[in-house]
Write a protein that binds this ligand. Structure first.
Ligand code: ZN
Ligand code: ZN
Length: 114
């Protein structure tokens, strides 16, 4: 039997009941996706928050998502490039965008529903 892969973002071992989604360089766990989406929707970084939680990148930060390698979102015909919300995970330094977090969350939801 293979040893369970660690979550790429928080380095926690896989528990038997926890679903994973493929990340840019390894599996990512449901709690990291959930924390990432929370950081996207809550906006500004709360300095009182846990250091291990993902932090949303500022509007002028051009660091690209490690998964899709974009830092902005193209609208119709490429006009008006809008900033794409991204979060960075302190443990690994991985940057993921809201769209990649969303699609990973969808994968896990589907896996849970069977
Ligand atoms: Zn994790
Ligand atoms: Zn992305």
């Amino acid at each position: 039997m293979d040893a369970p892969a660690l979550c790429q973002l928080c380095a926690r071992a896989e528990s038997a009941r926890q679903h994973r989604a493929p990340g840019p360089s390894g599996p990512i766990c449901a709690s990291c996706i959930e924390a990432g989406l929370h950081a996207v929707s809550s906006g500004a970084h709360d300095p009182a928050a846990d250091d291990a939680l993902p932090v949303r990148l500022g509007r002028n930060d051009t660091t690209a998502c490690d998964s899709c390698e974009r830092n902005s979102r193209d609208s119709f015909l490429g006009f008006r490039r809008r900033s794409l919300a991204r979060v960075t995970f302190p443990h690994s330094g991985t940057v993921l965008c809201a769209e990649c977090l969303d699609s990973s969350g969808d994968l896990i939801n589907r896996a849970i529903r069977g």
